[in-house]
Design a protein around this ligand. Structure first.
Ligand SMILES: [Zn+2]
Length: 200
């Protein structure tokens, strides 16, 4: 089955993914940890959670890679007959073709994809749109909060001074150009207010 668990920035999606993967590993089940190559926050192979959990990706998936091919090579390298459990971090960066491949393999493999639903402009990522179309199990990772204490639903790009940025390229990773991403509630995202008013 193809699963898509989406959550806003700061909802600990990667930590949840790593904990779920750990549960499968302790049962000696064959798992693969996949991340799209576009996420270069730490280094190419590291899956990183802001909570502090990290792991090394088994497969770093380039934009043109076939996930089917990559999984079969991973199985051969490890002497596995199959890899029935696959965890994908930052799944919004998958291509629609890669999501389609996963859907086509999902009668034999459990794909657990964690990622963002929308970008900093409130638009779908192509990978997220494909996952929402094709995943048989869609759920929300709760817990992301706005500074006001309300549920955060909007991924927000801010510059080094905390200004909310509403225009630009869809993908700018947060170690570039001093930008960061935070979660805001819809009201504060719309108003472009990224932090509580400073009292004097
Ligand atoms: Zn708010």
């Amino acid at each position: 089955m193809l699963h898509f668990y989406y959550g806003v920035m700061g909802s600990s999606k990667t930590a949840m993914l790593l904990m779920q993967r750990y549960n499968y590993m302790t049962q000696d089940l064959h798992v693969a940890l996949v991340k799209p190559a576009i996420d270069t926050r730490i280094d190419l192979n590291t899956v990183y959670s802001r909570v502090g959990l990290t792991a090394c990706a088994d497969i770093v998936l380039g934009p043109g890679h076939s996930i089917r091919e990559q999984l079969s090579w991973f199985a051969v390298r490890n002497g596995y007959n199959d890899v029935p459990y696959v965890f994908v971090d930052e799944a919004q960066f998958l291509s629609p073709e890669q999501v389609q491949e996963m859907a086509d393999m999902s009668d034999e493999i459990e794909f657990f994809c964690y990622g963002l639903k929308t970008d900093f402009m409130g638009e779908f990522f192509p990978g997220s749109a494909a996952l929402l179309r094709l995943a048989e199990d869609v759920g929300e990772v709760p817990g992301g909060l706005c500074w006001c204490g309300c549920k955060a639903t909007m991924n927000t790009r801010i510059d080094g001074k905390g200004n909310v940025i509403k225009e630009g390229e869809q993908v700018l990773i947060d170690n570039q150009q001093e930008i960061r991403y935070i979660g805001l509630c819809y009201k504060h995202w719309k108003a472009g207010i990224s932090h509580a008013p400073v009292s004097e």
